[in-house]
Design a protein around this ligand. Structure first.
Ligand SMILES: [Zn+2]
Length: 331
């Protein structure tokens, strides 16, 4: 018995210590990654005169893309920009894995040697970033020309819009460390929610319920859950007064049935975690202004963009995580 108590004591005393050190380490590693990544962006800025946050935005867009897509290989280095082999080496190049800058350029490939080792390696951070930087700089280094460069490269309005949103955010905060989140309702207010993902019917307005309903009284503040750009603000027949925010990971956060919006909130604006964007209401299911057809609640949805399309995923686990993290911080 004593042995049991002793080992129990050891586990209960040492385990949390080990876990917290491991946690601190991973936090530190992430900071180091941000620092090293920033150095790469700043170097590219020095060479091309394109502000670093354009590289950060493209890189972060592609990082999120690779996390959400199975047809793209996992990003292993500090830079996540992905070049298809034939784009890197040139479409007519018989060697799709060519690393010779000369033959790559003869075949019209984009791949360049960024670190001066004579090899254009599409798995090397510096080569990859330099190649993208060089592509963009062909158009110039001011905002309007970079916008055209991005459109020519991605050929998709949504992608350009998402990347330019990130440009704005990185420029404003001057850091890559934008991982903080907040629960959409202040914890001191009365609210309740449960996992209703995929329920046949809710007040979200789609065939299946694409989100979580957080029930709370009229006027309860609704807050942004992360750093992002207000993509949509206005009326929707089903969602009522609603706000859509695109975060730094290409995720779209949808807040519906609001009572009203925060003063001065406008499309294109930057928001940060915890910033009040509106308040809980029961608007929706009718022409603009319709309200009171169901109990007041916040409908909260999350949608991921994968470069082609957007799909909804269950916000419930994220809500739980953010709520727990805030509770912990308060203690
Ligand atoms: Zn709902």
């Amino acid at each position: 018995m004593r042995k049991f108590i002793l080992s129990f004591l050891i586990i209960s005393l040492i385990l949390p210590l080990l876990i917290s050190t491991a946690f601190a380490n991973s936090e530190m590693d992430q900071q180091q990654i941000y620092e090293e990544r920033m150095l790469l962006y700043k170097n590219a800025e020095t060479v091309t005169h394109i502000p670093w946050y354009y590289f950060a935005a493209v890189d972060q867009y592609e990082r999120s893309l690779r996390r959400s897509r199975k047809d793209l290989p996992k990003a292993e280095g500090l830079i996540a920009i992905y070049f298809k082999p034939e784009i890197w080496s040139g479409t007519l190049n018989p060697d799709t894995e060519d690393t010779n800058p000369l033959s790559i350029s003869i075949f019209g490939g984009l791949g360049l040697d960024g670190n001066g080792d004579g090899i254009a390696d599409r798995n090397n951070d510096e080569d990859v970033l330099y190649t993208m930087a060089n592509y963009l700089s062909r158009y110039g280094y001011d905002h309007e020309n970079l916008k055209i460069a991005l459109w020519d490269y991605y050929q998709r309005d949504k992608t350009v819009e998402i990347i330019l949103g990130k440009v704005k955010i990185y420029k404003a905060y001057n850091t890559l460390d934008l991982d903080k989140n907040a629960f959409p309702v202040p914890l001191r207010f009365n609210y309740s929610y449960k996992n209703t993902w995929g329920d046949a019917r809710g007040w979200g307005g789609r065939r299946i319920h694409e989100g979580t309903d957080i029930f709370a009284g009229y006027g309860t503040p609704v807050r942004s859950t992360g750093y992002g750009i207000v993509e949509i603000k206005g009326w929707n027949k089903y969602g009522g007064w609603r706000v859509g925010i695109r975060d730094i990971n290409n995720t779209y956060h949808y807040f519906a049935h609001l009572n009203g919006f925060a003063k001065d909130l406008k499309e294109g604006q930057i928001v940060e975690p915890g910033m009040i964007i509106g308040s809980v209401g029961s608007s929706g299911y009718g022409p603009p202004g319709t309200s009171g057809k169901f109990p007041p609640h916040l409908h909260y949805g999350m949608y991921k963009d994968n470069g082609y399309t957007e799909w909804s995923f269950d916000p419930f686990p994220h809500l739980k995580k953010w709520e727990r993290a805030e509770r912990r911080k308060k203690k």
